[in-house]
Design a protein around this ligand. Structure first.
Ligand SMILES: *Cc1c(COP(=O)(O)O)cnc(C)c1O
Length: 861
């Protein structure tokens, strides 16, 4: 049956995976599948039924021993019933052993060897009944005792306790180990996690997380083809999915990265289990028992080393100890004296920061017993040699990934975010794999989703690397809002014809503009809608939106003149003028035109009183939310040039009153897609508060800023949720008219930029497709690192099996539309190419730089 030299695959199943009959069916199926598909022999390592180890631990503490033993016996009997097994025949002997241990005299002194034997019973029972069940289902399973194969090693400094109850095992197999192991007759074998042979021949256990580690030891000793850890989560993620629903599944890691992620946060895999597999170069995989078809996380050395942040984690309950030396500037032995005292109190130090006069260290609660008593004793001890300050509770936020030092330039947003908090300690590991910030625990709340998004936006977390980053958590949970099919797929033929008439060429699809307009019109809470024309001022688009009931929002006299040229009959009351630092003559001209003017500073009123005297105006206020977690979503604050500072509102109101100016509207830019509803509510409440104080205000304008899904896995903006939020705000402040003025949302998706591939060139392993237009036609990628989908329209139906950088013809190194774009490998010069979602801030920002012609513009119905 068993062929010579067949390799082993080790599968490990945890407590929840062995506590239900259907899960055992899965175990049987998976083992049989591995055997059939890989011609491998399969070793299954199991934990105890869930909750059992906790009960055994209580027994080891001498708690209610007899009752607990009987409860465990009953639990296993019941489970045998569920599996249609005869409990006495299958577990009779094990039950006797458990009862005997309960009555063992060694129990009265809680002897360590007795504890190890007690703890081992959980896995012995689960593996025994599992083997019986799997055989009853027709699988050819044998059973073996892990203590016959895994040898505990004694480490020099280890305590008696850890040499019995938290052991490490031998990683070097003696000659013939594999051969001996393989002589066991059944092709499938089951054994126990967590337990090993003590050097005196009795039982030892591996400590918490020990089953993963057992599987890894077996994998290492058997030079297995692979060790698979089957759990109830899909694998390791780029952040804790409970905190960051957009966290990505990490499909491929190397051992060092996986080790770091396991150590700094993810509970999926015990950090100790990586060592043995790494040592023997045995690949590991973390897989989901409920969803076996997901890719899981694969860990091996051949993982192409992709530099970049792979994960961000947060550990709470961190204790910081800051030690100020008293007159011992650079004195010899200061550090030795300090650390000797930590050792004395059994504390292992995690992070360290030091200067000439201060040493600050962190204590991780998962590695230490850090209660108040211990800390007081430590402090008292340290006080003898330095001034001590204990800072609690802190949170450690860690970025993990290969090549951290070469990523620093991409982390400016992360540094900026931390710059707004009180950072107690920054530590960068000497293995170049992690960067940790320690801040107050309260400050860390809600920070991870922002940091995670920031890492992706800046390119520090290269989620486009499909070998490493898998689907998002929300996607796996089926919680993603699907992106609608873009209009240009159905209009391909027409677009190709237009492209033949010459490129570069913008094409705008008016039905898409109407669709977006109507989505906003359907929101009852909004009283008036304006379109910010700087996004796209094409006459047809303006006419379309005005026909849909939108007013127009302009930021310059040029835009105002354009509007009235295109729509001479437009009622000026449907036009807003919201300039920033414009010449005073533009304000005067705007009042002459009869449009609504928004003012955002006192100085203008004072310097040009005659321009404003007796007028009705709107006032733009900067609510001062400069503390958003990301520079790009910060719509106000000290660094922003827009809006009147809150502190000067009264001054403005006085100056306006002196000139007989009536403030009838307030404007503040609220939306940015990332804020929560509560955040909006708070800002709207404040705006309404100002409105009531001023008295004459009728309109509250919350600006634009609605996002669109540029990226392939961006989601459409949740309009429904936004509408509900607006309705709540409106219900609290019904006295005011609610006004919005989006630009991008209305027109971005209606527009594409058509170009023609000019050259395809390989250089140092990088393939580039050149287009006949560049950043002069669409500057967003160069200016904001914006992401636009790029398609070979000619070969829309071909597989995108090539990877190219798509560049323009401008003499600037930033003239790149996209890096690592997937296009058909057959892409050649002359192919018509399409850049999607280019309807907003495309043509309006275009230039003739390098004396390249502006693109043509077409509108289609
Ligand atoms: C640009 C602008 C908008 C529109 O912003 P989008 O992000 O395109 O929605 C709205 N109001 C004012 C005052 C603007 O300057």
């Amino acid at each position: 049956m068993v062929a010579e030299g067949q390799r082993w695959v080790v599968l490990k199943f945890g407590g929840t995976s062995v506590s239900r009959r259907n899960r055992w069916d899965t175990i049987g199926t998976l083992a049989a599948k591995r055997m059939a598909e890989e011609h491998a022999r399969v070793l299954v390592i199991v934990s105890a039924l869930s909750g059992v180890t906790n009960e055994l631990t209580a027994i080891c503490a001498g708690d209610d021993v007899a009752a607990r033993v009987e409860a465990l016996v009953e639990r296993h009997r019941m489970f045998c019933g569920e599996l249609d097994l005869d409990a006495d025949a299958v577990l009779g002997e094990r039950i006797s052993t458990l009862r005997a241990l309960g009555a063992d005299p060694r129990g009265t002194t809680l002897a360590l060897d007795w504890q190890a034997e007690v703890l081992a019973q959980g896995e012995l029972m689960s593996s025994t009944l599992g083997a019986a069940y799997l055989r009853s289902q027709g699988h050819d399973f044998g059973w073996c005792d892990a203590r016959d194969w895994l040898d505990a090693v004694s480490l020099p400094n280890a305590s008696e306790w850890s040499q019995r109850l938290s052991v490490n095992c031998q990683r070097e197999a003696d000659a013939g180990f594999g051969e001996r192991f393989s002589t066991q007759p059944n092709p499938l074998l089951i054994s126990q996690g967590f337990i090993a042979r003590h050097r005196d021949g009795s039982t030892a256990v591996l400590g918490r997380g020990g089953s993963d580690t057992s599987a890894a030891y077996f994998g290492c000793l058997l030079k297995a083809r692979r060790v698979e850890i089957w759990t109830d989560v899909p694998g390791m993620f780029s952040a804790n999915p409970r905190e960051v629903p957009d966290a990505r599944l990490l499909t491929r890691l190397d051992y060092a990265e996986a080790q770091e992620i396991a150590t700094t946060g993810a509970k999926v895999l015990h950090p100790r289990s990586l060592g043995p597999c790494r040592h023997a170069d045995v690949p590991m995989a973390i897989l989901d028992t409920e969803r076996p078809d997901l890719p899981g996380t694969r860990i091996d050395t051949s993982a192409a080393t992709v530099p970049g942040v792979k994960a961000i984690s947060r550990r709470n309950g961190i204790v910081l100890v800051s030690m100020e030396s008293v007159g011992m500037w650079q004195s010899v032995g200061f550090l030795a004296d300090i650390f000797e005292r930590f050792k004395r109190h059994g504390l292992s130090v995690d992070l360290i920061g030091s200067s000439e006069t201060n040493v600050t260290v962190s204590l991780d609660p998962s590695e230490n017993l850090v209660n108040t008593n211990v800390l007081e004793a430590l402090s008292a001890d340290l006080e003898q040699i330095c001034r001590v300050r204990v800072i609690v509770p802190c949170a450690a936020i860690t970025l993990v990934g290969r090549g951290m030092r070469s990523l620093l330039h991409k982390l400016s947003g992360v540094w900026a975010t931390f710059g707004k908090e009180r950072v107690h300690l920054i530590s960068q590991s000497s293995n170049d794999l992690n960067l940790t910030f320690v801040i107050d625990e309260a400050d860390a709340d809600g920070m991870l989703p922002f940091l995670h998004a920031e890492l992706i936006d800046s390119g520090a977390m290269p989620v486009y690397e499909a070998q490493v980053f898998g689907p998002r958590w929300r996607e796996i949970q089926g919680q993603l809002r699907p992106k609608p099919t873009p209009w240009w797929k159905a209009e391909r033929e027409r677009l190709l014809q237009l492209a033949e008439g010459g490129t570069p060429r913008y094409v705008y699809h008016l039905p898409t503009v109407r669709e977006r307009a109507r989505q906003l019109t359907a929101i009852d809470a909004i009283d008036r809608r304006y379109y910010a024309i700087k996004a796209n001022s094409h006459p047809q688009i303006l006419k379309t939106l005005v026909a849909e009931g939108f007013g127009l929002e302009c930021v310059s006299l040029g835009e105002l003149r354009h509007v009235f040229e295109v729509l001479p009959k437009l009622d000026p009351r449907r036009v807003l003028f919201t300039p920033s630092f414009a010449p005073h003559t533009e304000y005067a001209a705007a009042f002459e035109l009869g449009v609504t003017v928004t003012v955002d500073n006192v100085e203008a009123l004072r310097r040009w009183p005659e321009v404003f005297r007796g007028r009705s105006i709107w006032l733009r206020i900067d609510l001062g939310y400069g503390d958003g977690h990301h520079e790009k979503v910060t719509t106000g604050g000290k660094a922003s040039k827009f809006g009147l500072a809150v502190a000067r509102v009264d001054e403005f109101v006085d100056a306006a009153r002196d000139l007989g100016v009536s403030i009838v509207g307030l404007h503040a830019h609220l939306g940015s897609g990332v804020e929560t509803r509560a955040h909006w509510r708070q800002m709207y409440d404040e705006l309404a508060g100002f409105a009531r104080r001023i008295g004459s205000v009728q309109v509250l304008d919350i600006g634009g800023g609605l996002p669109i899904p540029y990226g392939q896995d961006d989601e459409p903006f949740d309009l429904g949720d936004w509408a509900e939020g607006l309705a709540e705000m409106k219900a609290v402040h019904p006295a005011f008219q609610l006004v919005v003025e989006p630009g991008r949302f209305l027109v971005a998706e209606c527009g594409v930029l058509l170009a023609s591939a000019s050259q395809v060139v390989e250089k140092d392993g990088v393939l580039r497709v050149g287009l006949d237009t560049g950043m002069n036609a669409l500057i967003r990628p160069a200016l904001y690192d914006a992401w636009h989908e790029i398609i070979n329209l000619q070969r829309l139906d071909e597989a995108t099996d090539g990877v190219f950088d798509v560049v323009g013809p401008i003499c600037e190194s930033s003239d790149v539309f996209g890096h690592r774009v997937r296009l058909p490998a057959t892409t050649v010069p002359g192919d018509a190419m399409l850049i999607a979602d280019a309807g907003a801030y495309g043509y309006t920002m275009a230039s003739t730089y390098n004396l390249r012609a502006l693109p043509v513009e077409d509108v289609i119905e």
